[in-house]
Ligand binder design. Structure first.
Ligand code: IPM
Ligand code: MG
Length: 369
């Protein structure tokens, strides 16, 4: 039997509650012979409390060695004043950087049952299926210098550096075009070439790389601010959006909310395929944060976490059938009107995190029978 090595990092806030629901699925799939092994580590505030780091060297090594990492969420007011280098988010950023997870896939799908929960009109979001491909290991998140300097005259200066090299833009363009081929074959690249040199290069490299390698994929360009506006005006015009780290962070939150709730959106962060094995390093995480205000109360929506596990089945283990079945299970449960508080309408009585997880597991079992 193939061993499938998962490393779980539930993290802080609602992370552990959401991860518990994935655990139930893994256990059941293992009873059917899926062969997952799981190990668990600490990341974020809980890791800081345990050993003064946002992630330990030991857990970093385990993440690198795993076939896939499942990540919950990090952060909370409790750690607002810890030193910058060991703040909870540093654990996530280190995982992305050290594992070279340059391609972040953030699908925004509007389940029919939830069209009414969106803040936009149902006809604008119904049937929405777009994919944001966010560059994840470059740009202003990691560029140097990154510092606050004392100017000595009572003033300080905060500096972040936006920097992109050709190869970074080319490889993310490649991922976006490859994925577009499996969907509606359209890529829209977003940057701000009207004010940023990195935007000028971004646009140029995307165009060249596309022309040389993917002439059959339909490519368009949009300024990122206009892209944000178009995303809330008529999102269905998009298929795949490719953009840099910071714009991708913002645009994916916008896209997430189109679908009804941040609690619905999964993501996959992938590295380059290994030259020998063809396997990619990978981390799967919900787009939502740790939601400390509702943590520990069984109010969180576990769907983004469970859908992230579905992406893991698809991209890390080629378990395409199982992935699709799990996504169908989520859609069916929503069709039945089962709702956590974040997606409940007036008059619905919301279910708990674990009730939602149980409902999805039962539906998954039924679909597997
Ligand atoms: C995300 C988050 C992270 C980011 C934070 C937690 C560092 O907002 O994954 O979108 O900014 O990338
Ligand atoms: Mg974000």
């Amino acid at each position: 039997m193939t061993e499938r090595k998962l490393f779980l990092l539930p993290g802080d806030g609602i992370g552990p509650e959401a991860m518990a629901e994935v655990h139930k699925l893994i256990s059941w799939m293992n009873e059917q012979g899926a062969g997952f092994t799981t190990d668990e580590g600490l990341v974020g505030g809980c890791a800081y409390d345990a050993h003064g780091q946002a992630i330990s060297e030991d857990d970093m090594a385990k993440a690198v060695a795993a076939d896939a990492v499942l990540f919950g969420a990090v952060g909370g007011p409790k750690w607002d004043s810890v030193p910058y280098e060991v703040r909870p988010e540093a654990g996530l950023l280190r995982l992305r950087k050290d594992m070279e997870l340059f391609a972040n896939l953030r699908p925004a799908i509007c389940y029919p049952a939830l069209a009414a929960s969106s803040s936009l009109k149902p006809e604008v979001v119904e049937g929405l299926d777009i994919l944001i491909v966010r560059e994840l290991t470059g740009g202003v998140y990691f560029g140097e210098p990154k510092e606050i300097i004392d100017l000595g005259n009572g003033q300080k200066r905060g500096i972040d550096t936006q920097v992109y090299d050709t190869y970074e833009i080319e490889r993310i363009t490649g991922v976006a075009c490859e994925l577009a081929k499996t969907r509606s074959n359209k890529v829209c690249s977003m940057e701000k070439h009207n004010v940023m040199k990195s935007g000028v290069l971004w646009k140029e490299v995307v165009s060249d790389y596309h022309k040389r390698n993917y002439p059959d994929v339909e490519l368009s360009h949009m300024l990122a601010d206009a892209g944000g506006m178009q995303l809330v005006r008529w999102p269905k015009q998009f298929d795949v959006i490719v953009t840099d780290n910071l714009f991708g962070d913002m645009l994916s939150d916008v896209a997430a909310m189109l679908t009804g709730s941040l609690g619905m959106l999964p993501s996959a962060s992938l590295g380059a395929p290994d030259a020998k094995t063809g396997k990619r390093k990978a981390l799967y995480e919900p787009v939502h944060g740790s939601a400390p205000d509702i943590a520990g109360q069984q109010k969180a929506n576990p769907i983004a976490m469970i859908a992230s596990f579905a992406m893991c089945l698809r991209y890390s283990f080629e378990m395409i059938e199982e992935a699709t079945r799990l996504e169908t299970a989520i859609a069916n449960v929503l069709d039945k009107g089962i709702r956590t508080a974040d997606i409940a309408a007036a008059g619905d009585s919301p279910v708990s995190t674990s009730q939602m997880g149980d409902a999805i597991l039962e539906e998954y079992k039924a679909l597997s029978a």
